[in-house]
Design a protein around this ligand. Structure first.
Ligand code: ZN
Length: 219
């Protein structure tokens, strides 16, 4: 199981590049190891071109290294905090993708004004508190903002997006969609004021997309 997760998490890092979400060594994907208090995450500071499944590191849910030749990503504590406090979460992603991070720089939620946002996020993409790396503060801010919220994405204030999912692939999808709608809503705002969709329309979009849309079991 852990070997399969190493391969999956390594391959998902290539998706961050493919969708233009990361620069240099920034960004990280992790997956919970089902049934164990462990997670698989990217090592710190290794170039994306050089990442192999064997480079992925295993940490406990306090963020401490359990197995691996490299130090874990410097964001591991935040990922670990989310897994400790949100048992339904199986994957976490963090990037500094430019459009989502531009909204974070303003400390402004992305308003739910297009159907794609109703579908994926069920409302605005919220802003989490400003927090510095090196304590539980980032993880706590993610959990406090996303617990009980439909959105799988939070824009940490003056930092950037963190996304969650039932597995690592779902969290990567949320990161890709978050950047996509952040870009579209930025473009819309250049044209003039933008109004939010009515709450009933958002509820209906979200319900249909989450429960009816697509191939059964594909998401
Ligand atoms: Zn960051």
């Amino acid at each position: 199981m852990i070997d399969r997760l190493r391969e999956e998490v390594c391959a998902l890092h290539a998706e961050l590049i493919r969708w233009g979400l990361v620069t240099w060594t920034s960004g990280n994907v992790s997956a919970r190891v089902p049934g164990e208090d462990l997670l698989v995450i990217k090592p710190s500071g290794v170039s994306y071109d050089d990442l192999t499944p064997a480079d992925m590191v295993i940490c406990d849910l306090e963020g401490k290294l359990v197995e691996g030749e490299h130090a874990p990503s410097s964001d591991t504590e935040a990922h670990a905090y989310v897994y400790r406090h949100m048992p339904e979460v199986g994957g976490v992603v963090h990037t500094h993708s430019p459009y989502a991070t531009a909204w974070a720089a303003r400390g402004e939620p992305i308003p739910c004004s297009i159907t794609a946002m109703g579908d994926e996020f069920g409302g605005d993409i919220p802003v989490g508190p400003f927090a510095l790396i090196g304590s539980d503060a980032i993880g706590r801010g993610i959990v406090e903002t996303l617990r009980g919220h439909r959105s799988p994405a939070v824009l940490m204030d003056r930092h950037g997006p963190f996304t969650i999912g039932k597995n690592a692939k779902a969290a990567v999808k949320a990161a890709v969609m978050c950047e996509d709608v952040a870009r579209t809503m930025h473009l819309a705002r250049q044209l003039g004021p933008v109004e939010r969709l009515p709450a009933e329309a958002v509820d209906s979009l979200y319900d249909r997309y989450q429960n009816v849309y697509g191939q059964k079991g594909a998401r």
